[in-house]
Write a protein that binds this ligand. Structure first.
Ligand code: ZN
Length: 249
């Protein structure tokens, strides 16, 4: 069967190359912009949040644009071709792009978090530099830090998946308090061992009183293997019982 070659093929080639250039260009710019932002962000905590919130979605959207650009480019140098082969070519290209996309998506979802986790841990515990003295500050332990956290922060730390890190400049007493949210942070799943276990819900079953500890249930869910778990935690008694207050005054 002899097919008549497509009439519009030259116009097609031209615009496909233009569009491919735009997609590939935007993909590269997106990654470049991310890297630039990372190297120019001096504050470790700001960099931590930026990586945690943006890195995977940036890489994923850049990958999608790159795949679209590459698909266009693979079909932008066509010579005499009939409609039938044009469609076949596109179908094949899209199948390949789709498979590559699925592979990349899995990499970002399940392997990349290990790498991110390693970098985040380094950033979180890298000694902060005091703006007063230019010297490294000291990270306080859980027990030491309570003095520096107000009641609201302490309660939050007790109840919700929130961690406060307190850095102190011992010479001048300057402090820097950083908040880390457990909801944004993936844990290692005990079932599949991927870094994909997150807290999805927290529920206080018994409110703490001045006399008694409360109880809290945290619900975990793994986005890889769908493993779910719940764990019960004690909530610290409310501080400064009315009785104590009375005797103190
Ligand atoms: Zn799992």
């Amino acid at each position: 069967m002899e097919e008549a070659p497509l009439q519009f093929i030259d116009t097609w080639n031209f615009w496909a190359r233009v569009a491919a250039g735009v997609f590939i260009g935007v993909a590269i710019l997106r990654v470049l912009f991310h890297v630039l932002k990372l190297v120019t962000t001096k504050d470790y905590k700001v960099r931590y949040d930026f990586i945690n919130e943006k890195e995977i979605s940036t890489l994923w959207s850049a990958t999608v644009m790159l795949l679209i650009g590459a698909s266009l480019l693979a079909n932008a140098f066509l010579e005499e071709i009939g409609l039938f082969w044009f469609i076949i070519r596109w179908f094949t290209t899209l199948c390949v792009a789709f498979i590559l996309g699925v592979v990349a998506n899995n990499m970002y979802k399940f392997y990349y978090p290990f790498y991110i986790e390693k970098r985040l841990r380094q950033l979180r515990y890298k000694p902060r530099i005091s703006p007063k003295t230019g010297k490294p500050m000291k990270l306080l332990s859980e027990e030491e830090e309570d003095v520096y956290l107000d009641e609201g922060m302490q309660a939050e730390e007790d109840v919700f998946s929130v961690d406060y890190d307190v850095w102190v400049d011992e010479e001048t007493g300057y402090t820097k308090i950083e908040k880390y949210s457990g909801h944004l942070h993936a844990l290692k799943c005990p079932e599949c061992n991927y870094q994909t276990l997150r807290i999805v819900k927290e529920e206080i079953v018994t409110k703490p009183t001045y006399e008694e500890e409360g109880e809290l249930i945290k619900y975990f869910h793994c986005s890889y293997c769908e493993y779910g778990a719940q764990e019960t935690f004690k909530v610290a008694k409310l501080k400064g019982s009315p009785a104590e207050m009375a005797t103190a005054s």
